[in-house]
Every structure is written in C-alpha cells, then in structure tokens.
Design a protein around this ligand. Structure first.
Ligand code: GLN
Length: 192
C-alpha cells in the first residue's frame, strides 16, 4: 500500500486527492492519500504532493511546521505543481523560503498574471496533454542532470530529477491521470 501525502495548506488540495486516487485505480495499485498539516502527518507517507497557491506563504508554513527540513532530509519523493514547482526550485528573483531540491531557477508568474491564465494542448513526455496554466511559472537554467519533460512556447514547464517532479501547470484540474501516474511509478521505484 502506497500512501501519498498532500500538503493541506492552499490550492487544489481536494482535486489532487481525487486525481491521485483515480491514478491509483487506473494503474490498479493499492494506494491512499493523506492530508498533511503538521510534521507528524508526513512520517508514514511514501511521497508528498505540493499543490498550487502562493509559494512564499507555503514556504513560510513549511518552515514553521518543521516540514521543510523533513522533506529535505528524508528524501521523500515530491510532486510540485505550480507554486509547488517554485518551492522545489533553488532560486527565484524574490528572496523566499525554498526546498532547493532541484537546482534550477524559476520565473514566478512567467506566463503573466491571473487574467492571462490559459489552457493549451501540450506535449508531455511524448503524449498530448491538456495544460491548464494559472499564474504559471516557468523554469530557467536547467542543468544537464535534470530531465525536461515538457516545453511550451520555448519555455520549460515540466522537469524531473530522481524522485522530484515539478510541473508549471495544474494536472489536478483535468481528469487525465498521466502526470500522477508517472509520479506514482517513481514512488513505487523508491519504496521497492
Ligand atoms: N505564481 C504563484 C507563486 O509563485 C503560483 C501560482 C499557482 O500556484 N497557481 O506562488
């Protein structure tokens, strides 16, 4: 049984729960989700999802609860979407608390503000995928050991390195489980 924790602070927490459970079903895997509020909640989880929201606020919460150090030191697999991507990175223009698990720089709101949100069909790891972008960041300065999973408009929007996956858009707002499935595959590899 795989347990995936979902940080319960901001953003589409419930949607991430629903799509993660759907991905388990699609893959015929026994798994469950668990909401993470405090440090103790994460200790029996095999992985963590950090959803969208406001990355500076989420970062402060992670530090205050002790989750920041736990996530960094335990090497628990993490899927970060939108603000979650920002948090996985090591650098943004603004000084803010980051997990620094992926050695990349991120441009926050790189595709513009809220009213410039959009949907577009993208190519994700060789498959067509419905991308939903809301104040989406993009990724800059990707070193060779970080895998680029998707680009849009010449900008990098999805990356993976080992057990860390970062996505600029909102996979929880579609009913396509491709991205959650890819993450669960990685989690399976880590728990084996
Ligand atoms: N731009 C936001 C941030 O950097 C993220 C937007 C989102 O998660 N939808 O915090």
């Amino acid at each position: 049984m795989i347990t995936i924790g979902i940080l319960n602070l901001q953003g589409d927490v419930e949607e991430h729960q629903i799509i993660t459970q759907k991905a388990f079903k699609d893959m015929n895997i026994e798994g469950k989700t668990k909401l993470i509020n405090i440090l103790d909640d994460i200790k029996d989880c095999d992985a963590l999802i950090i959803s969208g929201g406001e990355s500076s606020t989420i970062g402060m919460h992670l530090e205050k609860t002790g989750l920041l150090n736990y996530i960094k030191e335990s090497k628990i697999p993490v899927l970060g979407t939108c603000a979650g991507l920002v948090l996985l990175s090591s650098k943004t223009k603004r000084d803010q608390i980051l997990l620094e698990l992926l050695d990349v720089e991120v441009k926050r709101n790189g595709f513009g503000r809220q009213r410039m949100s959009f949907e577009a069909e993208i190519d994700f790891d060789g498959e067509k995928y419905p991308g939903i972008f809301i104040r989406a960041p993009y990724i800059e300065n990707v070193p060779d050991d970080v895998e680029v999973l998707s680009t849009y408009d010449d900008k990098i929007i999805a990356i993976k390195k080992d057990q860390y996956m970062a996505i600029a858009f909102h996979p929880e707002l579609t009913d396509n489980t491709l991205i959650h499935q890819k993450f669960i595959q990685e989690v399976q590899r880590c728990v084996e």
